[in-house]
Write a protein that binds this ligand. Structure first.
Ligand SMILES: Nc1ncnc2c1ncn2[C@@H]1O[C@H](COP(=O)(O)OP(=O)(O)O)[C@@H](O)[C@H]1O
Ligand SMILES: O=C(O)C1=C[C@@H](OP(=O)(O)O)[C@@H](O)[C@H](O)C1
Ligand SMILES: [Mg+2]
Length: 194
């Protein structure tokens, strides 16, 4: 089956698509949780546009996230992220994967909560560390002890990610399985207020 995109059961996709309606789906969570990877898969399954806010920030600024942090600092990055997020969430349905700090910033969190159904991809430290340690594209982890930094971020941020409408556990299983669980979580909102 190598090279083929695995498709979720048609009924699951239909139910999730109907439950989403015109809303955006916004993925939040810590670095390495799989927001970018799972968001892309979910958008493919739902046949709605996929946008990764970090990619959009890189496109409009013509700079990498690392270069933006280095040149302007985190505060400026957060201001840009907030503006981009507000614009991206103006119309739906879309799947929007955010950068890990977006939902933590109060102003950006307001845009996100207004702009769509939020889902927290939650993962434990070992899973996150295994994934993020393979790449050096994340400026916040350029510290003396990046694993400890990640753990500190977990402690500070998890209570805020918990404000998301839905939570799905991201773990060491096939991405398609986690994507199906996201679809099931969306489908389960049918008829709810969220
Ligand atoms: N089951 C899985 N779910 C999500 N990501 C996974 C999984 N297995 C491996 N990965 C990989 O983990 C890495 C980090 O994921 P990414 O989507 O960039 O996370 P985030 O956007 O939340 O920082 C990617 O290279 C992704 O392909
Ligand atoms: O957690 C954070 O504050 C950040 C997460 C990154 O995105 P990912 O969560 O997609 O890695 C990126 O936006 C930037 O490096 C800051
Ligand atoms: Mg990402």
């Amino acid at each position: 089956m190598i090279g083929l995109v695995e498709t979720a059961p048609a009924e699951l996709v239909q139910n999730a698509r109907a439950a989403l309606g015109k809303r955006n789906l916004v993925l939040v969570g810590l670095m390495g949780a799989g927001k970018s990877a799972i968001g892309r898969l979910v958008a493919q399954q739902l046949s709605v546009p996929f946008i990764d806010s970090d990619h959009e920030i890189e496109r409009v600024s013509r700079m990498s996230i690392s270069d933006l942090f280095a040149a302007y600092g985190e505060e400026e990055f957060r201001a840009l992220e907030s503006r981009v997020m507000k614009r991206l969430l103006k119309s739906g349905p879309r799947v929007v994967s955010t950068g890990g700090g977006a939902f933590i910033n109060e102003r950006t969190r307001r845009h996100i909560k207004r702009g769509g159904l939020t889902i927290w991809l939650k993962a434990d430290l070992d899973v996150l560390w295994e994934r993020v340690s393979k790449r050096d594209t994340r400026p916040l982890l350029k510290t003396e002890n990046p694993r400890q930094t990640l753990e500190n971020l977990m402690n500070a941020r998890y209570p805020i990610y918990a404000e998301a409408d839905l939570t799905v556990q991201s773990r060491d299983v096939r991405k398609e399985l986690v994507a199906d669980e996201v679809l099931a979580a969306i489908a389960a909102t049918a008829g709810n207020q969220i």
